[in-house]
Write a protein that binds this ligand. Sequence first.
Ligand SMILES: Cc1cc2nc3c(=O)[nH]c(=O)nc-3n(C[C@H](O)[C@H](O)[C@H](O)COP(=O)(O)OP(=O)(O)OC[C@H]3O[C@@H](n4cnc5c(N)ncnc54)[C@H](O)[C@@H]3O)c2cc1C
Length: 417
Amino acid sequence: MRYSGFKVFTEGLTGNKGWKPVWRDPEPKSEYDIVLIGGGGHGLSTAYYLAKNHGLKNIAVLEKGYIGSGNIGRNTTIVRANYFLPGNSEFYSHSLKLWENLEAELNYNVMHSQRGLINLFHSDGQRDAFARRGNAMINQGDDAILLDREGVRQHLPYLDFDNIRFPVYGALFHPRGGTARHDAVAWGYARGADMRGVDLIQNCEVTGIDIEGGQVRGVRTSRGVIRAKKVAMVAAGRSGQVAAMAGMRLPIESHILQAFVTEGLKPVIHHVVSFGMGHFYISQSDKGGLVFGGDLDFYSSYAQRGNLPMKEHVMEAAMTLMPMIGKARVLRSWGGVMDMSPDGSPIIDKTHIDGLFVNCGWNYGGFKAVPASGWAYAHLIATGEPHETAKRYRLDRFRTGRGIMDEEGTGSQHNLH
Ligand SMILES: Cc1cc2nc3c(=O)[nH]c(=O)nc-3n(C[C@H](O)[C@H](O)[C@H](O)COP(=O)(O)OP(=O)(O)OC[C@H]3O[C@@H](n4cnc5c(N)ncnc54)[C@H](O)[C@@H]3O)c2cc1C
């Protein structure tokens, strides 16, 4: 079913009885050409581009829960292309271009809103670092504007500019940055993949990976054995556990990241804003809730909930930056399991086992990567060659030390090393 304004209008007049399920609920077949382990944003976009870009159809996405139950439905929805290092820079630039056409591509409203991202700085040293980052972004073909203090005030008059510890010096403004509705992205890709013949199999947990003579043969699941010529792991926070089924030990730590939302308020925060002196960032959803988050909880866990000290830390940072937020009431908070790589950059690569592929290490930032990751992973699975935007996301960089991309010290437990 194609969506259109006319369809919404006619359904409104006829009691909304003509809508159909957005994807099928097929039984798993005994064999596929390609099996993807994980129905999060990256698994779904990979399935979509395998079908769309490479004409492959005999594909299953195996999801142990329901579509959208992982980090794809838990993140704070920030989409940006403000990376500095070669390797990351061109990848996220490509991703933002895909975002800019995503609704037309999927015929699905993912509510992509380019409201602008403002990264604040609070010292001369930080200004230099942001100026350098801004130049790298412009070199890559993306947009960046260095704002002085008065420039920031025009956009964000509600900040505490003269905070005694962290006065605002200025900001790096990325106008094409913004947000999108996270679960709509999952649903849009799921629908697009399903329409092209991909089987989306929910409540199907992979419990083992079968390998014979160095070649992958299929997977064992809670719904039976499924044979496959190629198996692609894309399980985000559970990547370490899934790879262990193939006897692999990934350079990944799984950590909790929390997020918070307030009651709905009238429009007050019109951008995505990030504090340069504490790990705190915020935007306002279209429903009016202030959506914000901070740092990791700093212990490894697979629980999708966080601890109280980090909640306190995030609230302190919020009050330091914008004291007005103290009037808002927090509605709820939640956590997601982050696949943290040592250098904070992802992995999209083959493994030493023929036909077995790995996609993980998305850290805090894998939502904005969903389109480009799916694009590049599909290319790798279909052709056997890395896509040009993802050539540097090699697994062996952590063994050889060559090609480490430590973007901003946000990998696993940097502060503890
Ligand atoms: C609180 C929070 C805020 C964030 N904010 C942002 C942000 O603002 N911007 C940004 O870019 N990124 C953000 N992220 C990061 C982003 O959400 C993740 O990097 C990204 O969603 C991970 O990829 P995914 O969508 O494929 O993961 P997931 O949705 O977690 O998908 C992985 C799937 O694999 C399934 N799975 C696991 N094991 C198995 C198995 N054995 N068998 C079958 N299925 C299995 C899981 O059930 C899950 O559905 C945030 C994350 C969190 C938690």
